[in-house]
Design a protein around this ligand. Structure first.
Ligand code: NAG
Ligand code: NAG
Length: 337
């Protein structure tokens, strides 16, 4: 079945199932990374962050309860005080300077400033039944998918489903590539981050923020593949969609000879360093209830807020560096390699 979430978002069909899809405005864009570089200000590269406003340079799991410490969230569901973040895409101009690429709201979420669209699924996106049971994350749970140091395709194959879509328009959802698109994308570039879906059932985190989770041992999450014995607990699949508004940077000359002009804030011009971080912060058992409920896209058991309210939730800039001029160097002076 060819699936188009644009059709879903427009309410063309609405089966009973447990799939959450919701918009989150940008909470902040700064060089902080409380998961990989806790306490470091600034961290290695620039991130764009969504979710609860307890986000900070240091968020030790023993003392930092996101759900208790946040007083607002940039997400539509107000019980979601989690944080989610990815690196940031820059355009590298002909004179070698860098300009931060803005983010774009998706159809039906117009007015959302920056941010991403978040999904929690119990089965593949195109599986309208969404019948499987999953175990929601526990307070203190964190994880990272992807590797900021990766620069080649073979390395990137370790990750399933960290992809790009060259958007012709708002509805484009295929094909997906694992490197940056190599032609101008009239509707922007969508970066997709799907997290692993099997948990060891014990550790809320691990030294590399990855070993406590795993992919299904055979097949995929989408095909209902079983979790390995080492990581037997089936989690919801989180998918983050970020649409980078590249429309102002679509000069065909920049795409000549197999080149393309975009770089991640890591300095990566291949796209293979794509990564995303998650810190669980849903209130009480609201996420489990939502996963167990039979809802699709809208979730009546969850409290929602308006886009205007989402846009108001911010955290202050704690780094104090210019990220918006035409920059001689990427923030952190990361070399383009
Ligand atoms: C971030 O942490 C610092 C140090 O603990 C604290 O002073 C500050 O208020 C926190 N900022 C926010 C926005 O919570
Ligand atoms: C580089 O190009 C951009 C876009 O044309 C321009 O705004 C900027 O001033 C240029 N910077 C330098 C140092 O020439």
């Amino acid at each position: 079945m060819k699936f188009n979430i644009f059709a879903v978002a427009s309410g063309l069909f609405a089966p009973a199932s447990a799939l959450l899809r919701f918009g989150c405005s940008g909470l902040t864009v700064q060089r902080l990374d409380p998961l990989v570089n806790p306490g470091m200000n600034p961290s290695a590269h620039l991130h764009q962050i969504i979710g609860g406003n307890s986000f900070n340079a240091s968020m030790p799991p023993e003392t930092h309860d996101l759900a208790a410490l946040s007083t607002c969230t940039s997400c539509q569901f107000t019980e979601d005080l989690s944080n989610y973040w990815t690196a940031v895409i820059f355009y590298r101009g002909k004179n070698g300077t860098f300009k931060r690429v803005p983010q774009m709201a998706q159809a039906g979420m117009e007015g959302t400033q920056g941010g991403m669209v978040v999904y929690y699924m119990t089965d593949a996106l195109f599986d309208t039944a969404q019948k499987s049971t999953v175990t929601a994350f526990k307070p203190g749970f964190r994880m990272l998918v992807g590797d900021a140091t990766y620069r080649d395709r073979e390395q990137a194959r370790k990750w399933r489903q960290l992809t790009y879509i060259c958007m012709e328009n708002q509805g484009t959802r295929a094909p997906e590539t694992i490197g940056f698109p190599t032609k101008p994308c009239p509707g922007g570039i969508m970066a997709n981050h799907r997290f692993p879906t099997c948990w060891d059932g014990k550790n809320l985190d691990s030294p590399n923020h990855q070993d406590h989770v795993a992919y299904p041992e055979s097949g995929t999450f989408e095909s209902g593949g079983p979790c390995p014995a080492t990581h037997p607990v089936r989690l919801p699949q989180i998918l983050l969609e970020t649409v980078w508004d590249t429309r102002a940077f679509n000069d065909p000359a920049d795409f000549a000879n197999g080149k393309q002009p975009f770089v991640w804030s890591t300095g990566d011009q291949t796209g293979y360093s794509s990564h995303a971080d998650y810190m669980f912060g849903w209130k009480d058992n609201s996420l489990q209830k939502a996963m167990d409920g039979h809802t699709y896209v809208s979730a009546p058991m969850l409290k929602t807020q308006s886009i205007a309210q989402q846009n108001k939730c911010k955290v202050p800039d704690m780094v104090g560096e210019d990220i918006d001029s035409w920059l001689t160097n990427l923030p952190g002076a990361n070399p383009v390699v």
